[in-house]
Design a protein around this ligand. Structure first.
Ligand SMILES: *Cc1c(COP(=O)(O)O)cnc(C)c1O
Length: 384
């Protein structure tokens, strides 16, 4: 097993896993069981019922804690199930300050599900994290950020946000799905809870839906483990196995995602028909310096508009790409192209989208790990 002093590449492969004691199997088995036999009531091997404990899930939870530099990991049936669990820490009347550019499903669960239980959400532009402070009052309990943001790829200063949440005794949650633990470890900058949709880079192969939470505080872990078991949104062992396998190559995949991302961002920026290119690796990106400090590289997520800034021109490009598949989601080995306004962010009303700078012609790329020249040729024929 890997320990804390090992580097990330080693922990990605060894953390949390050990040869199966009954057979020596090097891969953690898929413990497809609902219950465990007890020798006498209460006399068991640490496993009683599979909603509460499962060895495949335990191995993954330990691995995720290690690669996020945290003490505890908890797995859920999806990223949204993990979000749901965190929101259940709140009570009616509590207020949450949320970054205004974020995953559409997160916006939806807050405004359509938890708002009706009397929880108040403020959606705030956090490109200057000092803005958070303006919304803090006696009811504020939590600050929720995504960085890089989705789909505008803004960067939020996690350390600065943490200095505010610590001063006011608030819980800081960072959705680290876009960066992955390879690029960024929010707990190191003062976050209290890191959330992942492991469906994306952690799984990495577009074959599983899964979510995770990682934290250092024992008190938070105890509350969230109670919610995980009480509400029951746990992943099956097969899904845990797939994520466990996926993370073993996270560093190798991410390195290529970043290399390809840089090449494609630069190609798009020099294209005469392309308007704005949003990618935090550009030196003139407004928060590039923060990205440099809190991230190890800049990733493979890129958004852009066309100079011909209308929805039909954008839709024509989306129809023409061949290697970039038109699909929701991101973070898999294969490149995807999407249209946030009608796909991932359709649940945000149009006027709210426009107010946030999410224009109807914005195209989002999840750059995969294929050959960069082939990907560029595909964009070239599609943009024309
Ligand atoms: C996909 C995604 C989610 C939701 O995760 P699911 O696994 O689809 O439930 C949450 N946050 C971000 C940033 C995402 O990309």
């Amino acid at each position: 097993m890997a320990s804390k002093q090992h580097k990330l590449a080693t922990r990605l492969i060894h953390a949390g896993v050990a040869p199966d004691p009954s057979t020596g199997a090097i891969m953690t088995p898929i413990f497809q069981t609902s219950t465990y036999v007890q020798a006498a009531p209460g006399d068991h091997k640490g496993y009683e019922y599979a909603r509460t404990q499962n060895p495949t899930r335990h191995a993954l939870q330990a691995a995720l804690a290690s690669i996020e530099n945290g003490r505890f990991g908890l797995c859920f049936g999806s990223g949204m199930a993990a979000t749901d669990a965190v929101a259940k820490l709140l009570s009616p009347g509590d207020e949450v300050i949320v970054s205004n550019d974020l995953y559409g499903g997160t916006y939806r669960i807050f405004t359509k599900v938890f708002a009706q239980y009397g929880i108040v959400f403020h959606f705030v532009d956090m490109s200057d994290a000092a803005n958070i402070e303006k919304y803090v009052n006696k009811q504020t309990k939590m600050v929720w950020i995504e960085t890089p943001t989705n789909p505008l790829l803004n960067i939020i200063d996690i350390e600065k946000a943490a200095s505010i949440t610590k001063a006011h005794n608030l819980i800081l949650v960072v959705d680290n799905t876009f960066a992955s633990p390879y690029l960024q470890n929010p707990l190191d900058w003062g976050a209290d809870i890191v959330l992942h949709s492991a469906t994306k880079y952690l799984g990495g192969h577009s074959d599983v839906v899964h979510g995770a939470l990682i934290m250092n505080s024992e008190a938070l872990e105890e509350k969230l483990r109670f919610i995980q078991n009480s509400c029951g949104a746990v992943p099956g062992p097969q899904d845990c196995f797939l994520v466990l396998r996926g993370i073993k190559t996270l560093h190798v995949r991410m390195q290529r995602h970043c290399e390809n991302g840089r090449k494609i961002a630069e190609y798009l920026r020099n294209h005469p028909k392309v308007g704005r290119v949003l990618w935090c690796g550009f030196e003139d990106h407004p928060n590039h310096d923060i990205a440099r400090r809190q991230m190890r590289d800049f990733g493979g997520m890129i958004s852009f508009t066309l100079k011909d800034d209308n929805i039909d021109a954008a839709l024509a490009v989306l129809k023409k790409t061949e290697l970039f598949s038109l699909a929701e989601s991101l973070g898999g080995v294969e490149s995807l192209i999407g249209h946030p306004a009608t796909m991932t962010h359709a649940s945000i009303p149009q006027e709210d989208r426009i107010a946030r700078g999410l224009s109807d012609s914005l195209i989002r790329l999840s750059v995969g790990i294929e050959d960069a020249d082939d990907l560029i040729a595909d964009l070239e024929q599609a943009i024309g």
